[in-house]
Design a protein around this ligand. Sequence first.
Ligand SMILES: Cc1ncc(COP(=O)(O)O)c(C=O)c1O
Length: 412
Amino acid sequence: MTDDDFQRTDDGFRNLSAVSCSPTSDPAPPVGVASDFATPFDRTATGSSKWARAAAPGVIPMGLADMDLPGPPAIAEALERRARHRAYGYTVCDPVGRTLVADWYRARHGVEVDPDWVLLLPCGPRTTLRLLLETVRTEAAHPHAPVLFPTPEWGGFAQLCHAAGLPYRELPLRLGPNGYRSPSGPFPRPAAAVLLSNPHNPSGTVWPTGYLRGLAGWAAEAGALLVSDEVHGDLTHPGAIHPVAVTTVEPALRRHVVTLNSVGKTFNCSGVPSSFALVPDPGLRARLTDTMAGYGLWEGGLLEQTVQRAALSEGGPWLDALLAHLAAARARLTDRLGPAVRSAPRASYLLWLDAAALGLPPADARAALLQRCGLEASDGAEFGPGGAGSLRLNYALPGPVLDTVLEWLDRL
Ligand SMILES: Cc1ncc(COP(=O)(O)O)c(C=O)c1O
């Protein structure tokens, strides 16, 4: 048996579980989680990219998409427990992880996901998107067919296609009175893949079910794989419904669709990169697994599984508290910023703002906001065509910091 075989054999996990690295004590209830969100969270000396990017003292970083809020206690406890066992060798994938994902979708979204669809990847969503693009590329009937995606987008789609040397075409989203509207055809044909940020980063827009269904139908006709990037999907606010692509489209179209998700955004643990893909087509699953192996990647991963298992099995109450906090923060900011909010956010913790409506110079809005208000935002130009003149503001902040943000916004 080679090392590769060992890593890929589910049976091997039984040997590992005999070592007893699974939780033995009762999980701690998420006591005090709401009060965690009401207290400033000191990230000094934790190597936070978000804070490093903001650079100057006295600035509130609101750029990068991670939260200045402590993650679930269950993740910390699981990591501590596992770290105490000094077996840090290669690990196999625990198939129970697939069932946990299916249970999660049933409990959180009321949909049935077949555990067999689930691939548990030891890499973040960005890398998984690249792996999917590489897989699609090698099997494309039309090697020059472009990858399509609506813009503005979070910046990764264009970057990944560019890095992979794949042709791509950006489909500008149209703004209606209530925010972004689904792009409508005619779309170029043939196409290799359609990438959709669902819910939408940067605006937090939750796409309607009908849009997902229409897009899946059209993608199938164009010979394209629809990749629905749902890493913000579990952060859909109370009252809104997130359409999980693989369970929303017509069953006959499922094999043309992939849903991508991770616990990284949901539970603020992207520093331990992991993701999971729901891939109903068994052939595509096998090909994706082959592509992964070509990069030395196998399902599972020691820390990745530890974090994912703890998050999915114990993180629900923490997430409920978080969503209540985010929805309240969104209401305060959207009340304050009114018509500058380009599209009504119903998910995640991102506001997509019209710089001119804030009284900022569109070409230099990020610098102007930093200088006038001490708030660091993301520059809309990084989000592709249609992004220039916009700012993205991340409001996943503790209550008292949000108070300060609202106060500093008065300097606009
Ligand atoms: C919609 C979306 N997809 C993918 C990613 C990539 O996540 P990571 O960099 O953790 O792989 C991000 C990160 O912000 C994102 O917002």
